[in-house]
Design a protein around this ligand. Structure first.
Ligand SMILES: [Zn+2]
Length: 254
């Protein structure tokens, strides 16, 4: 990590510390995309946000991500690696609404954005983390631009009651194909019992945990060096990590 970034990242951490998990994700996204207007970020499709966060993670802490998950059958703790670089490619955003035609229905919809998921959560609707079924349900209904049944326009609020399961499934499938990065699930085989567990990674909370640990380490360094040498926080943050470590070793030797 470039040491000039340290002060900015500490400010991001401080802002995230006082917020809820959803606010933290937005705080991290804002830090990852400082050139995008803050009002625009909640309208970014979920997969694009995830890719931005993977790219940010890569820039801060490198490609290799170690993830722990628990076997669904025997509760064995399993460890696997993810490559942030592979997941950092931003998916192409469709210019036009997506269209699904099935069983007499013709539905134009846009990809769910971060704000749609938050709105769905506020209305007590399931978040997409609960699986593809939920994503195909209320959330997608919120993203419908126009819906027609046998040529007659159906208002979006009537869709949850009217839309057949087969069409919902097609909507979920089309959304997943258009935004595959929105939900990355890996099947991890348990080395103990052989059962495969689907593992999802919440990059926002993963990155937050890392940033939190990093920030606490840096503050401890600042505390130790300020106590030993009387330097100010900006002076200590301006040191390269190598020099900072070297001075810390010298302090420990005394
Ligand atoms: Zn197992």
């Amino acid at each position: 990590m470039a040491h000039t970034e340290a002060a900015r990242l500490l400010a991001v951490w401080e802002e995230g510390l006082s917020g809820a998990a959803a606010d933290r994700a937005l705080t991290l996204h804002r830090a990852a995309r400082p050139d995008t207007g803050p009002g625009e970020l909640p309208r970014v499709p979920v997969g694009e946000r995830e890719a931005d966060l993977y790219a940010f993670r890569r820039a801060l802490f490198g490609d290799r991500m170690q993830v722990l998950t628990e076997c669904a059958a025997c509760a064995e703790v399993m460890e696997f690696d993810l490559d942030a670089g592979e997941l950092a490619a931003r998916p192409a955003r469709p210019r036009e609404p997506l269209r699904v035609t099935a069983d007499g229905w013709e539905i134009d919809f846009r990809l769910p954005a971060v704000a749609d998921i938050e709105a769905a959560a506020r209305h007590g609707l399931p978040a997409p983390d609960d699986g593809a079924a939920a994503a195909g349900d209320a959330l997608l209904a919120a993203c419908v631009v126009t819906a027609r049944r046998d040529g007659e326009e159906i208002p979006a609020e009537r869709l949850p009651a009217l839309l057949p399961g087969t069409v919902r499934a097609k909507l979920a499938e089309a959304a997943e194909q258009a935004d595959p990065a929105a939900e990355i699930t890996l099947d991890i085989a348990c080395p103990e019992c052989g059962v495969t567990t689907p593992a999802e990674l919440d990059i926002a909370s993963y990155l937050w945990t890392e940033l939190d640990a990093w920030a606490r380490d840096v503050l401890l360094d600042v505390h130790l060096l300020a106590s030993a040498y009387g330097w100010s926080e900006p002076e200590i943050l301006a040191l390269s990590p190598t020099r900072r470590r070297y001075y810390l070793e010298l302090c420990a030797d005394v």
